[in-house]
Design a protein around this ligand. Sequence first.
Ligand code: G3H
Length: 534
Amino acid sequence: METATQVSVDTDRSFDRPLHSTEYLVDGALKTWTGNTTPVYSNIYTKNAEGEVGPTLLGSIPDMETDAALEALDAAEKAFCRGQGKWPTMRVKDRLKCLANFAEKMKAHREEVVELLMWEIGKNKADSYKEFDRTVDYIFDTIEAYKKLDRKSAKFDKESGIHAHIRRGPLGVVLCLGPYNYPLNETFCLLIPAIIMGNTAIFKPAKHGVLLITPLLKAFHESFPPGVVNIVFGRGRKIASPIMQTGKIDVLALIGHSSSAVALQDQHPYKNRLRLVLGLEAKNPGIVLPDADLDLTIKECISGTLSYNGQRCTALKILFVHESIVEEFNSRFAKAVDALHYGMPWEEGAFLTPLPEPNKPEYIQGLIRDAEAKGAKVINKRGGELSHNYSYPAVLYPVTSEMEVYHEEQFGPVIPIMAYRDINEPLDVMAASEYGQQVSLFGRDIRKIGPLVDVLANLVCRVNLNSACQRGPDVYPFTGRKNSAVSTLSVFDALRSFSIRTFVAAKDNPYNNEILDALMDSKDSNFVSTEYLL
Ligand code: G3H
């Protein structure tokens, strides 16, 4: 690594006004934290007021203690009130108004949030705007999806002489934890459907990408009744673990690593009551067939392996290339990787950007060293070039199952390539893998692709033909097998994941029918309603 004296500033741009936030949201009140705080640094280096070069101070957040976390839990529990609270029993229409109101208020913070996305997690400008806009769209799309769901439920069924009015109801209190790579979007993809369905939530932002939540606190505060959304800041062991230990969480909603999900689940005393909505790690392979169009394949493999420096759960994390074309693929792919533009997140056209985790470059170097010691070579000229916050993408070939990079979800800029002779080789690797999210299949011959798709669809949950793996569009199901997910997320599926079917049933007789008729006319029940939401 560079020595302290070698380290230079990354940018002339400065972060002028550090955001020292002491606010948190509990029980409908924006409270001021008076205890310890944690400084938030960007891994992008600038010169500080004393002229020293180092990580840029962006601000600070509360380092909250367990008591405050439990206070947030009490507020969420009180707002849900075992299903008797105002929020879970409210008319759908009124809940939707709160959500739309929030989304409108959120829009006003676009520039601030994008600036923080760039500094906090090094996401390039185009992708930072995309993350913000995609999240706002997601909220409005979720509102429309819920209206549709509600319209479908605004009726009575009759079977075997029993009338039934079937809807989806909330589950209770949700603990919501998001990842650093999509600190806004993926957290909101959990939080928004959770609350729209009538649950109440405690949300703790990720370690990186935390300050960008603070401009939105007021919008949450102004948009929802007390206790519906509670936002706390601090360490998982002081906040998430004690909350789980109470047994009062009904849904653990987490996007992150399975080890964290399992550790939290283990703390819950009544596991049978705990619903899990989890988006976890993956090792999505790209399989290149002998007849693949190499121009297209290389373009998609670049975006699949290296968008946001490979820090996406959907990233292509290993490439299997047929031995007949591996040489040509490797030489062209290596050149394409070396031609990528590295720059600061705000620079036009910067594709590769600084890594937000201080230890990541060294971790990536460790994977490279291990692979080299076991026979692989870095086949691109710039592969592994190191600075204090980056390790230039290294293309490793030939990779074998003895190497760490073959097994680990690298979540960073290193690309392992294996050659195969028989298509069963990558299929067997996938079948034996601990992960099962997506695959990219590159080729043209439908006699080969047809039977392959039949098998691949059973090994993963999305087969991408001649294109990189990805989560979007958000209306499509996002899930995985084995260690890659529990439950399904999408605009529509998330509404199901955060709810349960519940219904009113009545025998078909004059006495009941008169009551049901009167109920529908009177609007005394928010649940029994055939109102058509426009
Ligand atoms: O980190 C995993 C994300 O869900 C990936 O989403 O495919 O839209 O980048 P994306």
